[in-house]
Design a protein around this ligand. Structure first.
Ligand code: 5GP
Length: 173
């Protein structure tokens, strides 16, 4: 598996960018009642690093949706596997995601969360693949914009594996 990966983003590159994002978020959300929402599973390393780069107080909650039927392509069908354990009504919500590809997952998750009447709803993603977009979703914070590659590592999986790779690499099938 690992012999089919070429490095794309190093641990140092990721670390530096996550620190920058964290500092930006602290500025933007200073004094606000914030809930940071992690979309499981892929977000876990990015989420852990990002929230620790934010020196301020906020709530953390996780949500898990399924969008991929085990394949490499998004189906556009989103099912809630795990819902938030916090209300976001009247509060600022920041959804944190590993990668925005077609945008279908975030489009559906955003609509679902907007119905819960947050004061604001913004999106932060580690990776963005804009060339693959099928629906327009406003992504407010982007770690890295990448070309149309299938990437693994730092949370991103191949059939459930390779999430523990400490860097992001391109997988060559
Ligand atoms: P979207 O609905 O935007 O097409 O897909 C979002 C989800 O698809 C991501 O949260 C991620 O789980 C998965 N995904 C999209 N692109 C990639 C990729 O290049 N590599 C991996 N491992 N997963 C991806």
């Amino acid at each position: 598996m690992r012999d089919r990966i070429t490095p794309l983003l190093s641990e140092a590159q990721i670390r530096d960018r996550v620190q920058q994002l964290g500092a930006q978020l602290v500025k933007d959300y200073a004094g606000k009642d914030l809930v940071v929402v992690g979309l499981l599973n892929g977000v876990f390393p990015f989420f852990a690093d990002l929230v620790r780069a934010m020196a301020m107080d906020f709530d953390i909650s996780f949500m898990q949706v399924s969008s991929y039927g085990g394949g490499l392509e998004s189906t556009g069908e989103v099912h809630i596997l795990k819902d938030l354990d916090r209300s976001i009504q009247g509060r600022h919500a920041l959804v944190v995601e590993d990668i925005v590809d077609t945008g279908l997952t975030l489009f559906k998750v955003s609509n679902l969360l907007k119905d819960r009447e947050p004061l604001s709803l913004k999106i932060c993603t580690l990776l963005d693949k804009p060339s693959r977009r099928k629906v327009a979703v406003p992504v407010d914070y982007v770690g890295f914009t990448i070309e149309d590659h299938f990437v693994v590592g730092y949370g991103l999986d191949l059939d459930g594996k390779l999430r523990n790779l400490p860097y992001v690499g391109i997988y060559h099938p």
